[in-house]
Structure formats: C-alpha cells, structure tokens
Design a protein around this ligand. Structure first.
Ligand code: NI
Length: 215
C-alpha cells in the first residue's frame, strides 16, 4: 500500500545502487496470478522468513510504501510488513498498546496475521503498489484486533485504529488473494483495466507508476 502524504525517505538512504544493504525485490502487479492466490501459512518462523521480512521492508521503503504483503514480491506466504506514520497529518490513530513492535523503529512485521475482532467503519483513499495508478476510497473497519507472530515467532496481539487498521486490512487482503480492484465496482475495475491496457500499449505504464500526488 502507498500513501502520498508519507514524508520522503531520509536523505541518508542512498539513491544510488552502490551501498544497498539488501536486495530490492520486484513488486508483482495485477493481473499476476500470485496476487489471486491465498497465501500459505508459515509453519516455522526461521531465518528464511526473517530474511524475507528484511527484504520486504527494504522494498517497501524504496517504493515508497506504508505496507507490503509477501505475495506482492512473489512469495505466497502469510507475511506482511507495515510502517504507518502514526499521528502524521491525523491519518492514523494508534494507541500506545497498539504497536508492540514499534519500539525503536516503526516497522511492524507480522507472520500469519489474523483479524480476530473488528469494529466501526472508516474510509480512506487506498492505493496499492501492485495496482499502479489507481486510488479509491474503500470501506473498512475503523478498529481491528490482529493476532499473529512477530519475526521471532512469538505470539503478538495488536490493536490498530484508523489508517493503521486500514493498512493491515489491505495487506491481510493480499494474503487472501484480494486486491483493491476486487473491492470496487465492476465498472471501475473494467475502466481501470482498459486504461492500463492503453498505457501499456503506449509503453508508458512504468512512468505513471509512482507519480507523486497519485493518491
Ligand atoms: Ni496493496
């Protein structure tokens, strides 16, 4: 998921490919079939999963995005990362109890996340790194409780509200093979598909992908 209001990445992050600590993974886009698959549960949180989390985080920051699910980088496993600017511009409202992993860093990594409670209703403009050049306000729960495991395999329980809750619902959708295109009307979906087909025919599909202010 992306959000144009997110501050630019710190200048310290090198733009050149000379000192890149981790590989930036390719982001799969619709209509790639992996985005339609229900991702597999992770049985053991091991070094392979921790490396996936690190690579996904790096990819998310580089995009830039505020959330990323493993199927978006071609790995059909139930893993997500998120870094939501809590409090920034009032877009997110998360209580102190809601981000147990955020101490010292704002990165949240969740393995096998599951929404166990949801309340209320909210709506934010949502964009997706796998659905370039498309933004829609979608109806979501305003507050959710998510259980899962952290990168050490320990059980976690997270209360997320506002935009933070929206991001987690968006990423958990990805783990179930659902994108924002599946949550809009058939007409909007087909208009988008025609627009993308025309852009691809012109060869400018990549140019529009991360246009500033697209959301
Ligand atoms: Ni997305």
């Amino acid at each position: 998921m992306f959000l144009s209001a997110r501050p630019q990445p710190p200048a310290a992050r090198p733009a050149a490919a000379t000192v890149r600590p981790m590989p930036i993974l390719p982001i799969y886009e619709v209509p790639h079939p992996i985005l339609k698959q229900k991702a597999a549960r992770v049985e053991v949180v091991d070094d392979e999963i921790r490396k996936l989390i690190a690579d996904m985080a790096e990819t998310m920051y580089a995009a830039p995005g505020v959330g990323l699910a493993a199927p978006q980088v071609g790995v059909s496993k139930r893993v997500l990362v998120a870094d939501v600017p809590v409090g920034a511009d009032g877009v997110a409202d998360a209580g102190d109890d809601s981000r147990p992993e955020s101490r010292g860093a704002d990165l949240l990594a969740l393995v096998n996340p599951e929404i166990v409670e949801s309340r209320g209703e909210t709506r934010y403009d949502e964009g997706c790194l796998s659905v370039p050049d498309f933004v829609e306000p979608l109806k979501r729960s305003a507050e959710i409780v998510v259980t899962g495991q952290d990168r050490e395999g320990a059980s976690v329980r997270i209360v997320a509200r506002g935009f933070y809750a929206v991001v987690l619902q968006h990423e958990i959708d990805h783990l179930d093979g659902v994108t924002i295109l599946d949550r809009v009307s058939k007409l909007k979906r087909s208009l988008y598909q025609s627009r993308r087909a025309r852009a691809k025919a012109r060869g400018d599909s990549k140019a529009a992908e991360h246009r500033p202010g697209a959301i």
